[in-house]
Design a protein around this ligand. Structure first.
Ligand code: NAD
Length: 382
């Protein structure tokens, strides 16, 4: 298949592009490299040194003989996007290319406006480009489990059967997201659903859990292919952040009581889920939703797991509780359905001690790069 991976220079997109290329697909990366600029803005970095996109794809070609084309540009520039569609004629468009940090979107008005305009308008442009240039192309869009929030009932995969005043319907599952970033994903989902209905576009919304991990078989082939590992209070996700704290002798800082429960998956499963979606496209006009996660944990569970593995490696750490910068429930019901990807063949890579140890080892190898002041949260929701 000819597959575009938009956001292919990022944490999820880069390993996905490599994996799909290895599987024999003709992969093109579209990315405006804004994530690297945001590192400069935040005076932060990836713990792992990351090569430029040009160096990355050149190394991949050298090692495998496979070419990944790159298009450096912004989804918000429609002329650029139109040209990419004309040149690549994609069968699938994998859309990772959004501002994905909840704290970043909550910094101030400018960052909220940037997040929503970047994400919502970029996605709308993709929908128009599919309609105009590749109507058969399957949109595989990264949404998030955070779109649902933490309702006091089971979370279904996209839709909920409802009986109201004696009548029944299957309706989009109610969304109660917790940041302007998560809201941008909800707006995207609504736009995609509408485009599927009116234009017959085929789309899969992958409501992804929080991704942890770093390596895939492909990124481990050479240091130039290494994936980024975010650890700061803005882009670092909980498990990765705790591991960096353990590696640098910092307390593992849990926000509030730590009872916040979220859905998680390994980066190795992210790449496989995208492949599964691509190989099993949605029907024409279908807006399909998969909940893409394998396990859930509370934040406290994660901190304790990291503390245990770090202890076995000779790193003594304390779990401490700090004021929660977010506005969220700290004790709540959480149960979400995730059978659709499993039914299509996903074999989960679960969060074992071995997996934590692997990420910890990578963190220890590069711990001199950690800017310690960046790890604690600096952005408040209020
Ligand atoms: P990332 O920031 O590492 O990567 C996103 C990439 O998209 C970056 O390389 C960035 O330069 C690019 N980009 C952003 N806006 C763009 C635009 N307008 N035009 C072109 N390129 C643009 O993020 P990630 O962690 O890889 O996340 C990828 C996707 O998966 C996001 O949509 C995110 O919401 C979703 N997701 C991520 C997680 C997670 O834990 N990382 C969890 C759930 C969902």
């Amino acid at each position: 298949m000819r597959i575009i991976v938009a956001g292919g220079d990022g944490f999820c997109g880069w390993p996905t592009a490599l994996y799909l290329s290895k599987q024999g697909h003709e992969v093109s990366i579209v990315d405006n490299l804004v994530r690297r600029k945001i590192d400069d803005e935040l005076r932060s970095n990836s713990v792992t040194p990351i090569a430029t996109l040009e160096e990355r794809v050149a190394k991949w070609k050298e090692l495998t003989g496979k070419e990944i084309k790159t298009f450096v540009g912004d989804l918000n520039h429609y002329d650029f996007l139109a040209e990419v569609f004309k040149q690549t004629e994609p069968d699938a468009f994998v859309h990772f290319a959004e501002q994905r940090s909840a704290p970043y979107s909550m910094i101030d008005r400018e960052h909220a406006v940037y997040t929503q305009s970047n994400n919502v308008i970029g996605n709308l442009n993709v929908l128009y480009a599919i309609k105009e240039f590749a109507p058969e192309c399957h949109l595989i869009k990264l949404g998030t489990m955070g779109e649902y929030g933490t309702p006091n009932i089971d979370i279904e995969e996209g839709y909920l059967e409802i009986e109201h005043n004696g009548r029944k319907d299957k309706l989009p599952y109610p969304k109660q997201p917790g940041s302007f970033y998560h809201l941008s994903k909800v707006h995207d989902s609504h736009n995609i659903m509408f485009a599927c209905k009116i234009w017959g576009i085929r789309a899969t919304d992958l409501n992804q859990g929080v991704v942890y991990g770093l390596h895939t078989d492909e990124t481990e082939m050479d240091p130039i292919l290494a994936n980024r590992l975010d650890y700061d209070g803005v882009y670092g996700t909980a498990l990765n952040r705790f591991i960096i704290q353990a590696a640098t002798g910092h307390d593992l800082t849990v926000y509030g009581t730590g009872g916040q429960t979220r859905a998680f998956l390994n980066i190795k499963d992210t790449v496989r889920c995208v492949e599964i979606a691509a190989e099993n496209p949605a029907d024409k006009g279908e807006f399909r939703v998969f909940n893409q996660f394998t396990e859930y944990f509370s934040v406290q569970d994660l901190a304790e797991k990291v503390q245990k593995v770090a202890g076995e490696t000779g790193l003594e750490t304390e779990v401490s509780h700090i004021d929660n910068p977010r506005v969220e429930l700290e004790q709540h019901y959480y149960h979400a359905v995730n059978t659709k990807l499993r039914d299509l063949g996903l074999e989960p890579n679960l969060l074992t001690d071995e997996v934590i140890k692997g990420i910890l080892t990578a963190a220890l190898n590069h711990k001199d790069r950690v800017i310690k002041e960046n790890v604690l949260p600096s952005i408040s929701w209020k």
